[in-house]
Design a protein around this ligand. Structure first.
Ligand code: C5P
Length: 224
């Protein structure tokens, strides 16, 4: 069949990236975690003490940033490179999570990231997950999935993931961070998190990873 563009959007910690990566593996497509790009930009802003209330500073900072994905043989996943440095572990830190929604709401930051994301989809054969992929980045994507899950399920999943790396983390911390990000992401001025009118909703609260993958691949194959 023909190559298509597949988008997965939804709230924080719905398992979008995992599903997107598995779909890309099965279809031999490129997988792009757009959230990793916003996280890397945020890391750069934090490290360099960029005052993101100042558009001039934002523009200068963005002109100094190169983002790239690099396949990691060991993990079988793509690592985020920021100016050639592997920042995959650092961008998952709580400090980045606490600031990423503010940074990703900036107009200049969105324009910077969206232009690169659209470039990556030029040849199609791509699965990209994020918040505005089906609405803004690829409004003409052949398959758009809007992933949802019960908030309690999302907090638990995210907590388990973070606890493995940082046993000091609390459920309350994880919960308030998810709520804050969802709120900012849904209420920002530029491309807020929305379900595209032509997106299929996938509530995975009570689904296994295998069930989700099977269903999503079926939707993809119908469109190829
Ligand atoms: O997907 P992930 O949770 O890693 O994304 C981190 C943050 O990046 C989100 O909370 C959101 O603020 C921002 N983001 C965005 N648009 C996207 C992907 C992520 O604004 N397409």
């Amino acid at each position: 069949g023909k190559k298509i563009i597949i988008t997965l959007d939804g709230y924080s910690s719905c398992g979008k990236s995992t599903l997107a990566r598995q779909m890309a593996n099965e279809l031999n497509y490129v997988f792009i975690d757009s959230g990793a790009m916003y996280r890397a930009i945020t890391l750069y802003f934090l490290r360099n003490h960029i005052n993101w209330k100042d558009p001039k500073e934002i523009k200068k900072a963005l002109s100094e940033i190169t983002l790239e994905f690099s396949y990691n043989e060991r993990s079988g996943k793509s690592d985020m490179l920021l100016n050639d440095e592997n920042v995959e572990a650092l961008i998952r830190d709580m400090l980045v999570s606490e600031n990423v929604s503010e940074v990703s709401a900036l107009k200049e930051v969105r324009e910077f990231a969206v232009a690169q994301q659209q470039q990556m989809g030029k040849q199609k054969g791509i699965v990209m997950d994020g918040r505005d992929i089906g609405t803004t980045v690829f409004p003409h994507a052949e398959l758009k999935i809007f992933v949802t899950a019960d908030p309690a399920v999302r907090v638990e999943r995210r907590f388990k993931e973070l606890f493995e790396k940082n046993p000091a983390i609390t459920v309350e911390e994880v919960k308030s961070n998810l709520e804050m990000r969802d709120y900012i992401d849904s209420n920002r001025e530029f491309s807020p998190l929305r379900k595209a009118a032509d997106a299929i909703e996938l509530d995975n609260s009570n689904m296994t990873r295998e069930e989700q993958l099977e269903l999503a691949l079926q939707w993809a194959k119908e469109r190829m």
